[in-house]
Design a binder for this molecule. Structure first.
Ligand SMILES: C[S@@+](CC[C@H](N)C(=O)[O-])C[C@H]1O[C@@H](n2cnc3c(N)ncnc32)[C@H](O)[C@@H]1O
Length: 529
């Protein structure tokens, strides 16, 4: 790469119209003309602002400094203030006399900052990032590439249940936003920032790590009613600095089963880094709901997929050595679709996650004991899960739900299907455990156990348990939305008792399974990763 002429200089100066300290009152540090100087002193690359009356001097280590554009000639420069052991960032507001000066300064800032970020310098480098420490680089790359594309943001924007509920929650609680500083955690297209601005926010910092940040800037700039009150900051909430604390955080960090994508961890990190002590969080609380279900059609469908590997003469090859692995593989995929709530066999239970209290580490392992009372005599095929979140506004409390039977969202619902169903009587207790362990590919390994006492001969001799366990990878779901729905419309009478079919009873027809193997999930059926 060609060396920049700027790097040959030991010092570079710019005249500014004004510099104002953001961390003290305007009277303590009035804005005044200043000189900005880039320099390298004892191996530390610095940016210094000296007011022309020499009253105040502000020095920033360029390794941790960031520049945010507020307008064509105005910026905010911020950095950590570790040197003085203060927990907050320091920042100045700077203004140039012309767009040309402003642009040259901006280019120089980038060049000098690059110099400061050489490996081994004390910067917010990749290896120091809280996010990068726990997430595999390949997963993060794919994740931010996904969200960097407009089509995926559009998919979320077109979920009107989701976006409309956020809009209502913000607008009905204007008093929580009017005149307040807001941080939009993972802003995507910037839609929630613009909702906050419409509700009268004083300033919104829209933090977005993917390339979508550029689109958000463009979209916000095209909405002049609130463009000057929103600053888009490209970077991870774990790494960036903000010039002031927020009164309220807004975010849409929910994945399938609430916790998929592990973005809730970023949400609570943002809370600890940016929110003032009595700040609010929108959403405030999340709940994972769970209930056992019975669905013979789904069970047979999954078992059928593995039957491909039962062929002993596939072009002269015996496929059966891989049948067990294939069967296990299919039953390790959580099923994502919208199911009829009449498939639930017991009233659901829920597990609450309070975003205002939960520590980041609490998300690493989530253990949920389960206890249900079966309403019917049936075969239980697994556990159905969905979530809701609460916007605990000062005026209105609003829930966003993804429950079966409620208007469908792009999250649908999720079902963990057990390879071995369990048999229950009406009124019988079903116990178990749902154990979620976070992994570095931004998702979770799920261990599920469901148990019920047998009512056969063993039961009278002291409670023999039938227990079924399954292991699932939340990162590898089976998107079933494209499958024809076997359920009647809601107004039709309930299903008759379902046949007690076993996979071994089923005749496999070769073109059927081949077609299934080739079947792709519906084009627009993606959930949030
Ligand atoms: C589910 S999308 C929501 C987008 C937008 N807020 C909305 O409601 O339409 C989550 C966004 O957060 C971003 N994101 C995820 N983790 C982040 C992090 N640690 N720092 C900054 N942005 C992040 C993603 O790139 C993605 O655009």
């Amino acid at each position: 790469m060609e060396a920049s002429p700027l790097k040959k200089l030991e010092q570079l100066e710019f005249s500014l119209d004004s510099v104002t300290d953001l961390s003290s009152s305007p009277s303590a540090s009035p804005s005044s003309p200043a000189v900005a100087t880039f320099s390298c002193v004892d191996g530390v690359t610095e940016l210094r602002f000296l007011q022309s009356d020499s009253t105040h001097c502000f020095t920033f280590d360029l390794a941790s400094a960031q520049l945010f554009k507020l307008g064509t000639v105005q910026f905010i420069c911020v950095s950590d203030d570790n040197s003085e052991e203060r927990s907050f960032s320091k920042g100045v507001n700077i203004k140039f006399g012309s767009e040309k000066d402003s642009k040259e300064f901006c280019d120089s800032f980038e060049e000098w900052r690059k110099d400061a970020l050489v490996p081994g310098s004390s910067t917010v480098s990749a290896s120091n990032s809280k996010f990068d420490e726990k997430i595999e680089a390949s997963s993060a790359k794919m994740y931010f590439h996904y969200y960097g594309q407009l089509l995926h943001q559009q998919n979320m924007l077109q979920d009107y249940v989701r976006t409309g509920t956020y809009y209502a929650a913000v607008m009905e609680n204007r008093s929580d936003f009017a005149g307040r500083v807001v941080v939009d955690v993972g802003a995507g297209s910037g839609i929630l920032s613009m909702f906050a601005a419409q509700a009268g926010a004083k300033h919104v910092y829209a933090v977005e790590a993917s390339e979508m940040a550029e689109y958000a800037r463009k979209l916000i700039a095209g909405n002049p009613l609130f463009a000057d009150r929103i600053t888009v900051i490209k970077g991870k909430v774990e790494d960036i600095e903000l010039p002031e604390k927020a009164d309220i955080l807004i975010s849409e960090p929910m994945g399938t089963l609430l916790v998929n994508e592990r973005m809730l961890e970023s949400y609570v990190i943002a809370r600890d880094r940016f929110m003032s002590p009595n700040g609010k969080m929108f959403p405030t609380v999340g709940r994972i709901h769970m209930a056992p279900f019975s669905d013979e059609f789904l069970f047979i469908e999954m078992a059928n997929k593995a039957f491909f590997w039962q062929q002993q003469n596939y072009y002269g090859v015996d496929l059966t050595p891989l049948f067990g692995s294939a069967h296990q593989g299919y039953f390790s995929q959580p099923v994502v679709d919208a199911f009829d709530p009449r498939l639930l066999v017991a009233p659901p239970t829920f597990h609450t996650i309070d975003f205002t209290q939960m520590k980041e580490e609490d998300f690493y392992e989530i253990d949920i004991p389960l206890k249900f009372t079966s309403s019917v005599c049936t075969r239980v095929h697994g556990l159905a899960c969905w979530f809701d979140v609460l916007f605990d506004g000062s005026t209105v409390q609003r829930w966003l739900t993804t429950a079966p039977g409620a208007p469908t969202t792009h999250w649908y619902q999720i079902r963990c299907v057990l390879a071995q169903p369990i048999y229950v009587m009406a009124g019988q207790e079903i116990t178990g455990r749902l154990h979620l362990v976070a992994h570095s590919a931004q998702s979770y390994t799920i261990d599920l156990t469901l148990s019920a006492k047998m009512w056969g001969p063993g039961a009278s001799q002291g409670g023999i348990l039938q227990s079924s366990t399954g292991k699932f990878d939340l990162k590898e779901p089976y998107y079933r939305m494209s499958q024809p729905q076997a359920y009647p419309a809601a107004q039709e009478p309930p299903l008759p008792p379902q046949p007690q079919l076993n996979p071994q009873d089923i005749q496999i027809q070769s073109d059927d399974f081949e077609e299934e193997l080739l079947q792709e999930p519906a084009q627009n059926a993606s959930t949030q990763l």
